[in-house]
Design a protein around this ligand. Structure first.
Ligand code: 13P
Length: 256
């Protein structure tokens, strides 16, 4: 596998943080630090921050994304936002299936699949999150579970559409805990995901496919994680809210 053929993508997941005014400030602080990035740079923000973040990111190399979208185009779904609505406001990328949505908001593999479908239909790029809990890791079912999550989410997705999908491997036990997967653990599961892509779409598609690691990635550990052969980028929570730390991760991806 030749890592050089793949585009590294460093994406921030701001989660439920920042008001619109703070979003503007954060983008303004990050932009000069990442302007020479040799990778794609994305900031996924709360819905209410999207406009402010887009305005601040105009003319920079930062793409603004959302953190979720609904599976329907429109309808009686109080509190939800459709992929079409995001596309209409010029948002090009969306996180789907984050473990916090699975854990706290009843997201299942089936609803993740449906949301992926809707996002692709709206022309969006998807950052699809998969990953195991600590209990599942201890049971020794990580690889099978992640393979299954990937297969269900990608059901019906064409080879052409796959080019608009990135998978983020996020072990649930490493999210927000300060506990990072070792570089070997991260690479092993990213490799399993790449094998699933190869099975479903062939070796060329697998070789070109971007897979991120997420879970307590920070300025100190990013270089080692991003140097792994199957780790093509990162989905960053806490550190994406700190401009210098986020920029250090972007730098590590540029070099790795
Ligand atoms: P942390 O980087 O805060 O662990 O969060 C990772 C994450 O969930 C990104 O989506």
């Amino acid at each position: 596998m030749n890592k050089a053929v793949r585009k590294a993508v460093i994406a921030g997941n701001w989660k439920m943080n920042k008001t619109p005014a703070e979003a503007k400030e954060l983008i303004n602080a990050i932009a000069p630090l990442v302007k020479d990035a040799g990778c794609d740079v994305v900031a996924c923000t709360p819905f209410v921050d999207l406009s402010a973040a887009q305005e601040a990111a105009e003319g920079t190399n930062i793409q603004i994304g959302a953190e979720n979208c609904h599976w329907a185009v429109s309808g009686a779904f109080t509190g939800e936002v459709s992929a079409q609505m995001l596309a209409a406001m010029g948002v090009g990328i969306v996180i789907i299936g984050h473990s916090e949505r699975r854990q706290y908001f009843g997201e299942t593999d089936v609803t993740v699949h449906d949301r992926v479908r809707a996002a692709l239909d709206a022309g969006l790029t998807v950052i699809l999150c998969v990953g195991e809990t600590l209990e599942q890791r201890e049971q020794g079912i990580t690889n099978e579970l992640v393979a299954l999550q990937t297969k269900i989410a990608l059901g019906g997705v064409s080879g052409e559409e796959l080019k608009r999908i990135i998978i983020a491997y996020e072990p649930v036990w490493a999210i927000g805990t300060g506990k990072t997967a070792t570089a070997q653990q991260a690479n092993e599961v990213c490799h399993v995901i790449r094998e699933v892509i190869a099975q479903l779409y062939g070796p060329e598609a697998a070789e070109a496919f971007t897979i991120q690691y997420g879970g307590s990635m920070n300025a100190g550990n990013a270089a080692e994680l991003l140097a792994q052969p199957d780790v093509d980028g990162g989905l960053i929570g806490g550190a994406s809210l700190k401009p210098a730390d986020f920029a250090a991760i972007v730098k590590a991806a540029t070099e790795g």
